[in-house]
Ligand binder design. Sequence first.
Ligand SMILES: Cc1ncc(COP(=O)(O)O)c(C=O)c1O
Length: 279
Amino acid sequence: MSSVLGDVLVDGVAHDPGVAAVSVLDIAVQRGYGCFEALRSYGGRPFRLGDHLERLATGAAALRIPLPRREDLEGWVLRVAAGAGDAVIRLIVTGGVDLRSPGVDSRVVVFAEDPGPVPDAYRVQPIAAPWHSTGERYRLTGVKALSYAPNLAATLEARELGFDDALLIGRGGAVLEGPTFSIGWVAGGTIETPSLDLGILASITRSVVMEVAATQGRVVAEVAAGLDRVAEADEVFVMSTVREVAPIVAVGAHSFDPGPVTAALAAAFGALVEAETAR
Ligand SMILES: Cc1ncc(COP(=O)(O)O)c(C=O)c1O
């Protein structure tokens, strides 16, 4: 875990990353039961912490895991962020040690990681995601639950094929999202992005991009679209906390040039981050 910056907080208690631990009996370990967030800190200040804590609270409620008080969660993230500077902050809530009763001895883990070098552009491979709800609602639709094995397996499959990551395609052919990012594209001057109705994660970066696009007078359409629609696009881009806003230059066999709309959105996103995290 060499990319961890500083201590790991477990329920607010600082531990060296080499020894920080949760129980092997935790259903996070046994069943991948729990939820998590990843947020960015810039100069020691978290970006959109409130939005991340709200999404975490929604997910924990769906999983029936009681959370500590919001001010405690906030305090732990602020403490880790202040010590880490520019970082990715990971916030993990485990399910606890009782299969029948989530939340018993549940742990909250917070630590920072070096964001490392982030690529300027991405190449993604469409990968079928038959496990994805693709609009069918169920209790965990849109929850950032710990059980990310299908997403990670899709990433690894795309990498084996020579791409940076996967682009998940739902049953029926709808373009959904990446395993850890949202997607948008520009078609005839309109920005299109898969609709939240498809059961994709309510990405905080995606919603910030929609805010900045509106301030630039750009039209954003939330759509249900197939790969043929993306193939016709002028520009394609990723959106995520870790990647921010960056061009996609290949979707399978289709190539795209990084374009001016993506660049303008990325610049406006950066300016907003700077304004909101300024001292
Ligand atoms: C499946 C999925 N979609 C989209 C995103 C992007 O969300 P955010 O912008 O909140 O980081 C993530 C983030 O990890 C994700 O896991």
